[in-house]
Design a binder for this molecule. Structure first.
Ligand SMILES: [Zn+2]
Length: 298
């Protein structure tokens, strides 16, 4: 019963993210994505998140500036690689607006703009898709997992909410851990997951568990983003939210979902205009996140 309740709750929450639908007002159009989540949660994939992937992409964009010969007490760490994930694609159109806009197209356009702007400002950026394809959740995650120092940002455009507001989410594992922060999960040096910590002989982790040891960092990144959104996009909340997100579950790096309101905008251009301040928000939030970064992973 409890599991069924949590499953139902997770479906509603996931629908609220993907389609911008408040948890108390589910709608039929949200069921496809909820179905994806349900299927993903019921079918634990074998394998390991650290496995090599043929689609691992090399870093794109200029390398971070070399501090050169200027003597400094400590060399600044390069910014993390930003992995931009335009959600949906192909036959999965995502949310659709009455004006004909399709979420899969809008998020791709926004991601392309963000990519260009972030590269201009010295970031290295990788896209999980650059066309109308629809990689699986794990294929998208594998791209991010190919990098030790990366942040994963999946982009959605929901179907409700005040147009021009943006929300940040991080993954909530269920059964919900309640007041137990993920940062309290034991970690074995060299291991990448709590599961591996529990079984030091096996450093391979389930795709379904990949995000678990990173949830605290993901929350920190989501909070940093949400603070920027509150300042740059009036009406946005000031704190991020946790929901069970299959998009993020297989990512072995800090990972967040960004939900832009909304697909009901009068035109694609009115949503694309958000890309500029969104890029600034990402830059500032990643910098804040990096300053507070715990010692880098082994
Ligand atoms: Zn979506």
């Amino acid at each position: 019963m409890v599991r069924n309740f949590l499953l139902a709750l997770s479906i509603l929450l996931a629908a609220a993210l993907c389609l911008g639908t408040p948890p108390h007002a589910g709608e039929a159009s949200s069921l496809s994505r909820a179905g994806d989540l349900q299927a993903a949660q019921q079918n634990s994939l074998p394998g390991q998140a650290a496995a090599s992937h043929p689609e691992q992409a090399p870093p794109v964009g200029p390398a971070p500036a070399n501090p050169g010969a200027t003597p400094q007490p400590t060399a600044p760490s390069p910014p993390p690689i930003v992995v931009l994930d335009p959600a949906h694609g192909g036959t999965d159109t995502g949310a659709r607006g009455e004006n004909g806009l399709a979420e899969k197209d809008v998020v791709l356009q926004i991601a392309r703009t963000l990519q260009a702007q972030l590269i201009t400002h010295g970031f290295r950026v990788v896209m999980t898709r650059s066309d109308d394809s629809n990689p699986s959740y794990d294929e998208r995650a594998a791209i991010a997992n190919g990098y030790r120092n990366a942040v994963f940002i999946t982009l959605h455009v929901g179907s409700s909410g005040k147009i021009g507001t943006i929300r940040a989410f991080y993954d909530q594992f269920w059964p919900a851990t309640g007041a137990v922060p993920s940062s309290s999960l034991p970690l074995v040096p060299g291991a990448k997951s709590a599961a591996a910590a529990a079984n030091p002989g096996n450093l391979l982790i389930s795709w379904q568990e990949a995000q678990r040891p990173y949830v605290a960092d993901s929350q920190r990144l989501a909070d940093a983003l949400q603070l920027q959104f509150a300042q740059l996009f009036a009406g946005s909340p000031v704190t991020s939210s946790a929901v069970p997100l299959r998009d993020l579950r297989s990512v072995a790096n800090p990972a967040v979902a960004i939900d832009i309101s909304s697909i009901g905008a009068p035109s694609a251009e009115s949503l694309l205009e958000l890309s500029g301040p969104l890029s600034i928000a990402i830059e500032k939030a990643v910098a804040t996140f990096q300053r507070g970064q715990a010692p880098s992973k082994p």
